[in-house]
Design a binder for this molecule. Structure first.
Ligand code: 9MR
Length: 501
């Protein structure tokens, strides 16, 4: 018996090894700095950096990565100078001579303790990649790192490996087809990977670009500045970042949920300034509303011309209610346009959205007060204007909170309004990925789906905010339905159990 168990264990180990082969990389690191920082090799094989003057001064290493392919990085860091230091694992990538950056993982390194930084990364379309380990708010800190591992992850998409057995993963979009559309958020880099996207297409029939339809990505600031020289109310747009996903969705009959037109975040500061120049004064209400009109019109026109009927709904306004007060949160939209900016935003969206496109208000923490009441009041205002169609519950939850009862009450409260509903950004973090914790996560996911099913008539879609744990914005909390090898987790099977046989 023992021998048999051992064979099974070995097989499980070998299977997981065949998905991902780690390699320790401690050679060819160099200091990223203007010359002051240097690297030292320690006897235990770790490397140290000192002489730093800026947070980005860091050990760096070039990697040949392929766009759309998935990688994982893991490293241990150590510092002995301050109680705690914020460490970041980042990538600097270059395209056509322009360098840009992404933070891949964050961890607080306590004094005198080795701390792990770990990240999944799907490579973007770049010519050069440098992985580096930097700090935040500790520009002169000296630190060490060891056991840097780099893995090219080859997840097996679409089949579930349990010990020696391989089974096909059931399709969420098919299982829930009589209830609501089942969707996910997808980011640009994921969209380059055909194998990954084909798997997503087998599971989901609606997708939200995770970032690429936000003003930060769509507003073309320099082209807008040129237009502003003639007319301050014009905005120019471009769609390079979202095209890989739109093209894939178009070719595969997948619907798109647009996210987002008006938000206090991920919007270029230049949008709010004369001449689209942040050193110039803020624009007037008339100009800002003019720009929003021009921006919205051009987006809607572009999408409808190139992908007619594919974008079925939009988050016109996102996260406008303040968590503490339940009032409209402080933002440039509020201070420049005034209290009626939500009404104006929906009026504009309604004017330019193709017929039938559903206009949503989208927010998080719906289960908590005073936010919930603030959201209800805002929705009532928009309903009075006749411009809003639905409410999107983000549902970025945690194992311990909000409680299932709080979620139920918030659903009941919002559903009392004559609105369509969607779950727009579902994920659920857990403290570790031990089997018992994964089971608890599964139970809470299941409880949420039990609450959702009765709303099937008005619930247009349930969308998770990402597919595999490692690529989640909250990867530290294993919040999604598939693990880093694209294997369905207990939560995946638990939500299927809510369906009648
Ligand atoms: O998933 C998005 C992440 O990649 C971005 O870094 C982040 C920046 O704010 O935005 C994330 O998406 C957010 C969404 O647009 C609105 N609701 C909260 C989501 C998670 O932060």
């Amino acid at each position: 018996m023992k021998k048999f168990l051992l064979i099974l264990l070995c097989m499980a180990f070998l299977t997981s090894l065949s998905f991902a082969q780690g390699e320790t990389v401690m050679d060819y690191w160099y200091p990223r700095s203007m010359g002051s920082a240097s690297l030292t090799e320690y006897e235990d094989g770790s490397l140290g950096i000192q002489g730093r003057t800026m947070d980005w001064n860091s050990p760096g290493h070039d990697f040949d990565l392929i766009a759309g392919n998935q990688y994982s990085f893991k490293v241990e860091v150590f510092q002995d100078e301050q109680t705690e230091a914020q460490m970041i694992l980042s990538v600097a990538h270059t395209k056509d001579g322009t360098e840009s950056y992404e933070n891949l993982a964050f961890a607080k390194a306590k004094k005198g303790e080795w701390t792990t930084l770990e990240a999944g990364y799907v490579a973007g379309d770049f010519d050069r990649f440098v992985i580096y380990i930097e700090t935040l708010g500790a520009p002169t800190l000296a630190y060490q790192f060891r056991n840097f591992t780099f893995t090219g992850v080859e997840a097996v998409f679409g089949s579930a490996e349990t010990g020696s057995e391989t089974t096909e993963v059931p399709s969420l979009k098919e299982k829930f087809q009589d209830y609501f559309a089942f969707g996910t958020a997808v980011t640009q880099n994921e969209a380059y990977n055909r194998q990954r996207m084909d798997f997503y297409a087998s599971q989901f029939n609606i997708m939200t670009p995770g970032n690429e339809l936000k003003p930060d990505y769509v507003l073309d600031v320099s082209a807008s500045a040129k237009l502003a020289a003639e007319d301050e109310c014009q905005a120019a747009v471009h769609f390079d970042r979202v095209k890989p996903l739109l093209t894939y969705a178009w070719e595969h009959g997948i619907k798109i949920h647009g996210h987002v037109l008006v938000w206090h975040q991920q919007t270029p500061e230049a949008f709010f300034h004369e001449g689209y120049n942040i050193s110039k004064p803020l624009v007037t209400r008339e100009v800002l509303l003019g720009r929003l009109s021009s921006y919205t019109e051009k987006i809607m026109e572009y999408l409808e011309e190139n992908y007619p009927g594919m974008v079925v709904s939009w988050d016109v306004l996102n996260e406008a209610i303040d968590d503490q007060t339940g009032q409209l949160r402080d933002s440039k939209w509020l201070s420049i346009v005034g209290e009626d900016y939500p009404e104006r935003a929906y009026e504009i969206a309604r004017k330019y959205a193709p017929e039938g496109v559903q206009l949503y208000y989208n927010d998080y923490n719906t289960a908590y007060e005073p936010k919930q009441t603030g959201i209800v009041h805002l929705l009532e205002r928009l309903l009075a204007d006749g411009t809003v169609d639905g409410y999107g519950f983000q549902m970025h939850h945690d194992l311990s909170q909000p409680s299932v009862d709080q979620i139920r009450k918030s659903l009941e409260r919002i559903a009392a309004l004559p609105l369509k509903l969607r779950v727009s950004e579902l994920d659920l973090t857990i403290p570790d990925n031990q089997e018992a914790t994964l089971e608890k996560q599964a139970a809470k996911y299941k409880a949420i789906f039990e609450l959702l099913l009765p709303y099937r008539d008005r619930l247009e879609a349930v969308q998770v905010w990402g597919v595999t744990d490692d690529l989640s914005w909250r990867a530290w909390g294993y919040p999604l339905l598939f693990d880093h090898n694209a294997q369905p987790k207990p939560a995946f099977y638990a939500i299927l159990e809510t369906l009648p046989e």
